[in-house]
Design a protein around this ligand. Structure first.
Ligand code: C2E
Ligand code: MG
Ligand code: MG
Length: 669
C-alpha cells in the first residue's frame, strides 16, 4: 500500500543527508582555503626572509651538512640565526621554523634538538624542493615552539622553497609552522552554527512536513477504508436482505440465471421452490411490524436449517422466500425438502409472548421438465404457489401446464379489476340485520360485488385483497360508502322505517388522514343522518396503530356515526385494547357461530364474547346465523342483532324495500 508519509520520511532523510554532505564539503573547502591562505602568507614571509636574512646565512647553511649534528647545534652561526629568526617571528603566528638543505637534512630549527634530522623522504620537502610550496593542517596536543611548549593546537605546516627570485633555482627548503588554532576554532564554531541553524530549521521543516504528510496519509487511508466499507455495504444491501441476512431478490434473479445455465450445460435437473407465509399480513397488521419481522427471521432460519449446503435460500419479497435446488436427482428431492420445510414451520413460534402458528405455501417448478428459461421457472413456480394457496395453504404444489392458463386468467382478472370502477361494474348487495327482540330488520350491511362481464357476480373475498394490493381499495371503498349512504337516504325518503346501514372499512381506508372528512362529506352529500351509518372495522385495522385508531374513532363518534368491530375473535386481538376503543357493536366472527351446535368450545367462546360485550356495554351482533338453534343459543346470550342466511342472504338493493315492508325475513319461519 502506498504510504506517502514513508516516502516523505525517506526524502526528508535524504534531504538532511544532502545538507550534511554540503556542510562537509563546505568544511573541507574552508580548511583548504585556510591552508592556501597560510601557504600564501608563508610564501610572502619566506620571500621577506630570503631577501633579509637568507643572504647572510645562505653560504653557511647550504653547505651545513658537512657539520655533525652536535657541531651544528652548538655552532655560533646557528646561534646567531636562532636569535635573528626569534626576532623575526616574535609576536607572529609562526611558532617554528626549520630549514632543510637540498639533501633533506635539517640544518636549522628553532627547536635546536631537531637539527640534523633527515627529512629527504618527506613529501612536503620533496614538493618544495621541486619548487612547489605545500601545506597541511595538523592538530597537536603538545608542540615545542621557539617560545616554549604549546598544547592542543591546530597548526599549518608549510614547506616553502627558498630562492632569490621566482626563476632562480631552489637553494633550500623552509618549513614553517603557524598556529591557526583561533581561526580553526572560529571556523568550527561557524560550522556548528551553520549546522545548528540549517540542520535545525531543515529538521523542523521536515518534521512539520512529515506531520502534515502523515496526517494527509491518515485521512486518505481513512477515506479509502470508508470507501471500501461503503462499497461492501452497498454490495451487501444490493445482494442481501437486511432483516434475514438471506440473499435478496436481485441476487435471486442472478443466481437462478446462472444455475439454469449450469444445469443446461451439465444436463442436470434443477428445482425452484417459491414460498409464501400464510396470512402473514394478518400477523403484521394485528401484532405489529416488529412481530412480523420476528416471524420472518425465524422462518428464514428454519428454512435455512432444512436445505442442503448446495441449496440457496432467498428472500424474494416481504413474506416470500425461494430455494434453488441444484443437482436434483429426482423431483422427489424437491418434495422432500418442501415437506421438511412445512414440518419445521409447523412448530409454534413465540412472538410477543404468544404462541404463533405460521404455515407456509410452496410452489415448485422443475428444470428442464417445466420450462427452459429462468423466467419461466419463476412464473411456473408462482402459478404452483397460487394453487397451493387456493387449495387451502400449508402445502406444496408442483407446476402443471394447465396452470399457465390459470395464470393468464388471473392477469386478465387483475387488469379487469383496474377498470371495474370506471366501467360501473361494482354493485352493492345488502344483507338485513335483525333485531333479536322484535325480529325486525333494523339495519343492512352493504356488501360489495363485482359484476364481472364474463364471470358474473364475483364475491368480495376474491378481489378485495387484490384491490388492497393494487392500491385501489381507497377509491373503491369511498364509492361503497357514498353509494351506501345515498341508497339508505333514498329508502328513508321512500318512507321506509329508518333503517341503519353498515359499511365495511379496510385498513388502507382507515389510515387515510382525510377519512373522517370523507365520511362527513358522504353524509352531507347524501343527506343521511349520521346516526344511520355504522362503520365496520376489523380488529387488525384497529390494533395496527392503537393511538391513532382511538383518535379517529373518537372523531367518528363526534360526527355521530356508530362503530362495530367486525369478525371479532378471528384476529390476534388483545383484550387490553378493547376497553380503550369507543365502539357500539361487537360482531362475533361467523366461524364461532357455524359450529355452535356441535362444538362446545365454540359455544363457550360465544358465551365469553357475550359476557365481554355486556361488561363493555356494547351490543352483540352475530353473523352467519343459518339455523334456528344457533339463533336460540345466541338469544340466550342476550345477542342484540342477528345476520345470516337464516333471515336472508345479501340481496340487491331493489329487494330491500319489499323485505322491509313485509318484514319477511325469516326464511326458515
Ligand atoms: P363480513 O363483513 O364479515 O361480511 C359478512 C360475510 O358473511 C358476507 O360475505 C356474507 O355474505 C357472509 N354471510 C352472511 N350470512 C352468512 C351465513 O349465514 N353463512 C355464511 N356462510 N356466510 C354468511 P361476503 O359478502 O362474501 O363478504 C365477505 C367479506 O368481504 C366481508 O365479510 C367483508 O369483510 C368484505 N367486504 C364486503 N364488502 C366490502 C366492502 O365494501 N369493503 C370492504 N373493505 N370489505 C368488504
Ligand atoms: Mg362486515
Ligand atoms: Mg364479519
Amino acid at each position: 500500500m502506498f504510504k506517502s508519509h514513508r516516502y516523505g520520511l525517506i526524502t526528508s532523510i535524504v534531504g538532511i543527508g544532502a545538507v550534511i554532505l554540503l556542510l562537509l564539503v563546505y568544511r573541507n573547502l574552508a580548511w583548504h582555503g585556510l591552508i592556501d591562505h597560510e601557504i600564501k602568507a608563508h610564501v610572502t614571509l619566506t620571500q621577506v626572509f630570503s631577501n633579509t636574512i637568507w643572504p647572510r646565512y645562505a653560504k653557511f647553511l647550504v653547505d651545513a651538512s658537512r657539520f655533525s649534528k652536535a657541531e651544528l647545534q652548538r655552532h655560533e652561526i646557528i646561534g646567531q640565526l636562532h636569535r635573528d629568526v626569534g626576532r623575526y617571528i616574535a609576536r607572529s603566528s609562526v611558532v617554528k621554523i626549520k630549514i632543510y638543505d637540498l639533501t633533506g637534512i635539517t640544518v636549522f630549527s628553532t627547536d635546536l634538538a631537531q637539527i640534523g634530522q633527515d627529512k629527504s623522504r618527506n613529501s612536503g620537502f620533496i614538493s618544495a624542493k621541486n619548487g612547489a610550496p605545500v601545506g597541511k593542517i595538523t592538530f597537536r596536543d603538545r608542540f615545542d615552539t621557539f617560545e616554549g611548549v604549546i598544547v592542543d593546537r591546530n597548526l599549518v605546516a608549510s614547506y616553502i622553497p627558498i630562492r632569490i627570485s621566482d626563476s632562480a633555482p631552489v637553494e633550500a627548503v623552509f618549513e614553517m609552522y603557524a598556529d591557526v588554532t583561533d581561526l580553526a576554532v572560529d571556523l568550527a564554531e561557524h560550522q556548528w552554527q551553520i549546522v545548528f541553524w540549517v540542520g535545525g530549521s531543515l529538521s523542523l521543516f521536515y518534521l512539520f512536513m512529515f506531520v502534515i504528510v502523515r496526517q494527509a496519509d491518515k485521512t486518505i487511508q481513512k477515506q479509502k477504508e470508508q470507501r471500501l466499507e461503503d462499497e461492501a455495504k452497498i454490495h451487501y444491501q444490493a445482494h442481501y436482505d437486511a432483516l434475514t441476512g438471506l440473499h435478496n431478490r436481485t441476487s435471486f434473479a442472478q443466481r437462478l440465471e446462472e444455475a439454469v445455465k449450469r444445469a443446461r450445460r451439465g444436463g442436470r435437473m434443477l428445482g425452484l421452490l417459491q414460498f409464501d407465509l400464510d396470512h402473514f399480513k394478518l400477523v403484521n397488521d394485528s401484532l405489529g411490524q416488529s412481530a412480523g419481522d420476528q416471524v420472518l427471521r425465524t422462518s428464514a432460519k428454519r428454512m435455512q436449517a432444512c436445505v442442503r449446503e448446495s441449496d440457496m435460500v432467498f428472500r424474494t419479497g416481504s413474506d416470500q422466500f425461494a430455494v434453488i435446488m441444484e443437482s436434483l436427482r429426482s423431483t422427489e428431492d424437491a418434495s422432500r425438502l418442501a415437506t421438511r420445510i412445512i414440518k419445521s414451520m409447523a412448530a409454534p413460534m413465540i412472538v410477543n409472548d404468544q404462541d404463533l402458528m405460521v404455515t407456509v405455501s410452496i410452489g415448485i417448478s422443475i428444470f428442464p421438465q417445466d420450462d427452459l428459461t429462468a423466467d419461466m421457472l419463476v412464473k411456473n413456480s408462482d402459478s404452483a404457489l397460487h394453487l397451493a394457496k387456493q387449495e387451502g395453504r400449508n402445502q406444496y404444489q408442483y407446476y402443471s401446464p394447465s396452470m399457465k392458463q390459470q395464470a393468464l386468467e388471473r392477469l386478465e382478472f387483475e387488469s379487469g379489476l383496474k377498470l371495474a370502477l370506471q366501467h360501473d361494474e361494482f354493485v352493492l348487495y345488502y344483507q338485513p340485520r335483525i333485531k333479536s327482540e322484535s325480529e325486525e330488520i333494523v339495519a343492512v350491511e352493504a356488501l360489495l360485488r363485482w359484476a364481472h362481464p364474463e364471470r358474473g357476480l364475483v364475491p368480495p373475498n376474491s378481489f378485495i385483497p387484490l384491490l388492497e394490493e393494487m392500491g385501489l381499495i381507497n377509491s373503491v371503498g369511498e364509492w361503497v360508502l357514498r353509494t351506501a349512504c345515498q341508497q339508505t337516504k333514498e329508502w328513508h325518503e321512500a318512507g321506509m322505517s329508518r333503517v341503519r346501514v353498515s359499511v365495511n372499512i379496510s385498513s388502507g381506508q382507515f389510515r387515510i388522514k382525510s377519512f373522517v372528512d370523507m365520511v362527513q362529506d358522504a353524509l352531507d352529500q347524501s343527506g343521511l343522518d349520521a346516526q344511520y351509518l355504522e362503520l365496520e372495522l376489523t380488529e387488525s385495522v384497529l390494533i395496527e396503530n392503537i393511538d391513532s385508531a382511538i383518535k379517529v374513532m373518537n372523531d367518528l363518534k363526534q360526527i355521530g356515526v356508530s362503530i362495530s368491530i367486525d369478525d371479532f375473535g378471528s384476529g390476534y386481538s388483545s383484550l387490553n385494547y378493547l376497553k380503550l376503543l369507543p365502539f357500539d357493536f361487537l360482531k362475533i366472527d361467523r366461524t364461532f357461530v357455524k359450529d355452535l351446535a356441535t362444538s362446545e368450545k365454540d359455544a363457550a367462546i360465544i358465551k365469553t364474547i357475550a359476557a365481554l360485550a355486556h361488561s363493555l356495554r356494547v351490543k352483540l351482533v352475530a353473523e352467519g346465523v343459518e339455523e334456528s338453534r344457533q339463533m336460540e343459543f345466541l338469544r340466550s346470550q342476550d345477542c342484540y342483532e342477528f345476520q345470516g342466511f337464516l333471515f336472508s342472504p345479501p340481496v340487491p338493493s331493489a329487494a330491500i324495500p319489499d323485505m322491509m315492508s313485509k318484514q319477511v325475513v325469516r326464511r326458515a319461519v
